[in-house]
Design a protein around this ligand. Structure first.
Ligand code: FMN
Length: 197
């Protein structure tokens, strides 16, 4: 990869989870709205709704890089669209995670941070299997993000996935939202504590 070189100024202190939500029609969402509602009010979580902030896709690169620098954990939450991220999340990665900032010889701004993905799917869990109709696992579909974390020297956290989101009952969705809140809370603990060190 190649591109623009930016020398990032590292802040002296970083903290918390930057929760980046990418849903192009949150008013019609059930799953991501419920998940975001459960997680975003926790202390230590900075909630960032990409489509609300940039409805015109005019991303403020410096502001986004500053937000990345200021947090220990970068969480990306989105509905799976065509086995990938919604368009604005991809644009955000393309424009913000630049050579010299996120990767490259001097690009170490994200090194040591943790990357956490929370994703909802329309397809059920059985579809995401070698013998299911989507033929590949979620781990397979999320591989580009996992490799992005690796390239940037980040720690890849086990993703949080809600399958069959559209057909979940309100009760089931509430249970997923509780599970999500607990998972995000666990990310607020130092990484060493998670490993029992
Ligand atoms: C443009 C588009 C593409 C989609 N692609 C997929 C897909 O590749 N795999 C899948 O399981 N569901 C797919 N879905 C279904 C969404 O993932 C599902 O509706 C969403 O996760 C539900 O979350 P929400 O209630 O927050 O919208 C797609 C939906 C749309 C609108």
């Amino acid at each position: 990869m190649s591109g623009e070189t930016i020398t990032p100024a590292r802040p002296t202190a970083t903290s918390g989870v930057l929760l980046v939500l990418a849903h192009p029609a949150l008013e019609r969402s059930r799953a991501n709205r419920a998940l975001a509602k459960a997680a975003k009010t926790q202390s230590g979580v900075t909630f960032h709704d990409l489509y609300e902030t940039y409805p015109d896709f005019a991303i403020d690169i410096e502001r986004e890089q500053a937000a990345l620098l200021a947090h220990d954990v970068i969480a990306l939450q989105f509905p799976l669209y065509w086995y990938s991220t919604p368009a604005l999340l991809k644009e955000w990665l393309d424009l913000v995670w630049l050579h010299g900032f996120a990767y490259g010889i001097d690009g170490n701004a994200l090194a040591g941070k943790r990357l956490f993905v929370a994703c909802t799917t329309g397809g059920g869990a059985k579809a995401y299997h070698a013998h299911g109709y989507n033929r590949f696992s979620m781990d397979d579909f999320l591989r580009p993000l996992e490799q992005t974390a690796y390239l940037c020297g980040m720690v890849w956290e086990t993703p949080f996935v809600v399958h069959g989101a559209a057909v979940k009952t309100d009760e089931a969705l509430k249970a997923e939202a509780d599970r999500y809140r607990a998972r995000v809370a666990s990310l607020l603990a130092p990484a060493d504590a998670e490993l029992g060190a």
